[in-house]
Design a protein around this ligand. Structure first.
Ligand code: ZN
Length: 153
């Protein structure tokens, strides 16, 4: 149900390897930055957060409220969401650009072409855009408007 939390998850390793192969160099879990972001790129003043959909309460098919210990999970996930917002804000206030890549962009039926995910991320790193969110696309509820919202390039 919950999966394993924490560092060095599969999607995170994929992103790390792929960007490294394209010549990007980064710091991992830099303690000096708010929220110890998964990857940080001082040269680009950018961080990348690779978020597990369950722990971060992402609104997608990989997230379901557990049927047991409901109260515990509600307060846990709600707290995680709150912490996410605070971390993003703290990073932005310090002048860092923030990209969030959700697990569902790389896993399950909503996953995107992995090369496209890396292309999008690479383009964003070289850009001056403040924020990027990469998440899976649910074909069933796919509409033009949603596409725009879901992959902001
Ligand atoms: Zn998700």
């Amino acid at each position: 149900m919950a999966g394993i939390r924490g560092k060095d998850t599969k999607p995170e390793l994929f992103i790390r390897k792929a960007l490294h192969a394209r010549g990007f160099r980064y710091r991992l879990h830099d303690r000096r930055l708010p929220g110890k972001p998964d990857l940080s790129f001082p040269k680009y003043r950018a961080v990348i957060l690779v978020n597990g959909c369950f722990w971060h309460g992402h609104d997608c098919h990989l997230f379901k409220w557990p049927s047991t210990r409901q109260e515990f999970w509600r307060s846990k996930i709600t707290r995680n969401r709150q912490k996410d917002r605070e971390t993003w804000q703290a990073l932005r206030e310090r002048g860092w650009r923030v990209a969030v890549i959700y697990e569902c962009a790389l896993k399950g039926r909503t996953r995107l072409d992995p090369n496209m995910v890396i292309d999008t991320t690479e383009k964003w790193l070289h850009s001056e855009q403040e924020a990027l969110v990469v998440e899976g696309i649910d074909e069933k509820s796919r509409t033009g408007a949603q596409d725009e919202k879901r992959v902001s390039v």
